[in-house]
Design a protein around this ligand. Sequence first.
Ligand SMILES: Cc1cc2nc3c(=O)[nH]c(=O)nc-3n(C[C@H](O)[C@H](O)[C@H](O)COP(=O)(O)OP(=O)(O)OC[C@H]3O[C@@H](n4cnc5c(N)ncnc54)[C@H](O)[C@@H]3O)c2cc1C
Length: 441
Amino acid sequence: MSENSKKSVIIIGTGLVGSLCACFMAKRGYQVNVYERRQDIRTGKEVRGKSINLALSHRGRNALRDVELEEDILKTAIPLKGRFLHGINGGLKSVIYDPILKNCIYSLGRNYLNKKLLEATNKYSNIKHHFEHMLTKCDLSKGTITFLNLKTCEEIQETADLIIGADGAHSKLRLYMQQMPQFQYTQTYIEHGYLELYIPPEKSCKMQPNHLHIWPRCEFMMIALPNQDSSWTVTLFMPFKIFYQLTKKEEVIRFFQDYFSDAVELIGKEQIVDVFLNTHPSQLISVKCSPYHAGSKFLIIGDAAHAMVPFYGQGMNAGFEDCFLLNKLLDKNNDNIVVTLDEYTQLRVRNAQAICDLAMYNYLEMRNLVNTTSFALRKILDNQLFKLFPNLWIPLYNSVSFSTMDYQRCIENRKWQDNVLRTAFIITGLFIIISLLISRY
Ligand SMILES: Cc1cc2nc3c(=O)[nH]c(=O)nc-3n(C[C@H](O)[C@H](O)[C@H](O)COP(=O)(O)OP(=O)(O)OC[C@H]3O[C@@H](n4cnc5c(N)ncnc54)[C@H](O)[C@@H]3O)c2cc1C
């Protein structure tokens, strides 16, 4: 029996991050107990929450590869090589993410991916699932945690060497950590919400394949990602105040005809009106906190530690990277949990907070900046410089989505690039002025 098989870990939540984390910990040889308040999604009825599909990129793939899941999951994923912009006057434009190295992001169904990750846990006999068990209490000083069995209404107190909260943006474990001295916490609900619509498979031939479609409209935007059954999931992100102004069938149809005329036929007026008048737009939250660990055994990962707005498509990817990093640190520290947790917080907080900020910025880029000439010129310049200096000039989107560069460094790198370009423009301008002056005299 290895030393690790004596180590025990409790994971709270079988969402995307909790399920992947269970695989990582089981692969280390730990005894893993996973508690989830919902039913097993593989056998229970489908639960709708958040988005229907997600974009998987480099960091997520990197983590999946480490537990031998990448190949299987990518089999059904749909590669997206760029953005497809729908102008308000009917203009269409494809903007490739990475024309140099041809990297793609991948569209995947959320439920499909979650089921795949849960199925992957079957491979490990040292993982035990406890569905319909809700975390209700936590004693950080004693290192114990209490679950309510939702079927029997029985309360169970548990402990382990390591207790990981992967219980999402409204984490109960984090709530207990918030009572610790010096725990920093901020949450921001943005003033924009979202509604999901659907383009059926029979209309999909009218959608340019292998792209993330965007209808950028300055104050708001609509996007569409392809599903495995050839349908498309369309998400409208918009200020709540505009959602609330559209209360009548005619107003909703007029609004769509004014701003998304080419999408009306694809989605269908009936569905648009039905969704608008009968669904409440969902909220978007961004959470920053520090530290990510408490005492010698508690840790929060994924959305529990750093929920972010979805505009960089990095929430899940960052959560998967959390699992990868935790595993690497346990390797480095010979399974010393106390040292690992401390190092984890030191390395992860600044990077996770950086991607929360980048995600906010990208909403502006997607709904507005992509329409501007300066953005298009910068993209051309970035791509040319990337081609010439692939190790030196990595454009921001590439560093976030197609590399494992620290998120914090992605921001610093971009600032450095901005400074270089600014200096180059000033020097060129001065050179031109001086040349003109010399040629006149
Ligand atoms: C509209 C939208 C689009 C997105 N698109 C992308 C994208 O393209 N790419 C990307 O990388 N990310 C995307 N994200 C972010 C991504 O969805 C999240 O980052 C990811 O789901 C986080 O996973 P998680 O496992 O940490 O949390 P969750 O998926 O929220 O899972 C938490 C789990 O914990 C369980 N739980 C909660 N409380 C308790 C309790 N008290 N006791 C027991 N169990 C509990 C829940 O039932 C759930 O199963 C998007 C998010 C949104 C809202």
